[in-house]
Design a binder for this molecule. Structure first.
Ligand code: MG
Length: 377
């Protein structure tokens, strides 16, 4: 089955403010239309028809060489849809999902639900059962009430078998509120699939703020850095990022002296503006003597989660002339990812020498730098 999305973007609606049609207004770093197109691309439709006003010459030029099929808007919305349907003629499309460009928060789940429902019915569309009480009113006063049972608020995309909706539009006299009305007038059965309250249609100026919130534009991203040094001393191994490496010397420190893990831990505390390891685990407290640094790292990661943050990634650089880090770096990534409770591909461990300069170059100790990124959506 081949599915096309038909995005109606020919409207000149400026009620939403901004002085240009709302589909070309910026929203969370892109234009409204870009979000809508991206949603259908992400949902894996086979073709996308974009219906544009003849006046939008910049958009025609911009999309001319893209993968989109372009069609010109008609005298009204139904005319635009019909032009879009005609642009798909002979392309072998079985299902078409007709969508308002001004609904940029459409989810892949709703798109997929409409497409799948078309396996059972010639038409399918998302809707929300009306839960608010319904009134009639005039001159700012309530004039009556209406029974809301059996009432739905319609959304898009409204999906249909291609040949059926093309015939329905060709036969319709005009004036329909949406494509479901056109389809039903032609005798097509339309199945209701669950809509999504986030699938709002941008109509008024304040709808932009709500859409930005839904699209995650108010995401909270925190970065932190960490730096630590431990001096070489007596011993026959070092522990770096949770991995023990046989070595002719050990690292001195109050805990297990895992300099890499300490730097990452401090980076997480830093992102949270929560001080550093010494503040949470004072070296003066004997209970942390010889402690596994895993305790510190786990505490920092748990603190981030308690604050509502997801640990997006950490990156740690170990600075030393020896031991050789490269052959053990993968083990370190796996161990750090396990303690942090994140995927290994979110943990980077790398190493450098300091070209024999400074204290690391003189092999007096090991330094570590780290960055951590925390995200709250
Ligand atoms: Mg330390």
């Amino acid at each position: 089955m081949t599915t096309a999305a038909l995005i109606v973007a020919a409207g000149r609606g400026q009620r939403a403010g901004g002085g240009v049609p709302k589909q070309w207004r910026p929203l969370a770093g892109k234009r409204v239309a870009d979000w809508t197109l991206a949603a259908f691309r992400a949902a894996g439709v086979d073709r996308i028809v974009l219906v544009l006003s003849a006046e939008d010459t910049a958009a025609w030029a911009e999309f001319a060489d893209s993968d989109l099929i372009l069609a010109e808007g008609g005298a009204d919305r139904a005319g635009s849809v019909l032009n879009g349907l005609r642009a798909l003629a002979g392309s072998g499309v079985d299902k078409v999902l007709i969508h308002d460009v001004a609904r940029p928060c459409i989810s892949a789940e709703v798109i997929t639900a409409v497409r799948d429902a078309l396996d059972q019915a010639p038409g399918a569309a998302p809707a929300l059962a009306v839960t608010d009480a319904l009134w009639t009113g005039a001159d700012g006063e309530v004039t009556g009430t209406r029974d809301r049972s059996g009432l739905y608020a319609a959304q898009t995309p409204q999906g249909f078998h291609y040949d059926a909706i093309l015939q329905a539009h060709l036969a319709h006299p005009g004036g329909a509120a949406d494509d479901v009305e056109v389809a039903r007038a032609h005798g097509l059965r339309v199945q209701i699939v669950p809509g999504d309250a986030n699938n709002l249609k941008i109509t008024r100026p304040e709808d932009f703020a709500r859409a930005e919130h839904i699209l995650g534009a108010d995401m909270d991203i925190r970065l932190g850095n960490g730096y630590d040094v431990h001096r070489f001393g007596e011993g026959d191994s070092v522990i770096l990022c949770g991995v023990e490496i046989a070595h002719e010397r050990g690292l001195l420190g109050h805990s297990d002296a895992d300099v890499g893990m300490h730097a990452v831990t401090d980076a997480i505390y830093g992102a949270l503006a929560e001080g550093d390891i010494g503040q949470h685990f004072p070296p003066s407290d004997p209970q942390w003597k010889g402690a596994a640094s895993e305790i510190f790292l786990r505490h920092a990661a748990d603190l981030a989660r308690t604050r509502g943050f997801t640990l997006s990634n950490v990156d740690c650089t170990l600075v030393c002339e020896y031991p050789k880090i490269g052959p053990r770096a993968q083990e370190m990534r796996v161990e750090m990812a396990r303690i942090l409770g994140i995927e290994v591909d979110r943990v980077s461990i790398k190493a450098t020498t300091s070209e024999r300069l400074g204290f690391t170059g003189r092999k007096e100790g090991i330094a570590a730098l780290a960055t951590a990124a925390l995200v709250k959506a």
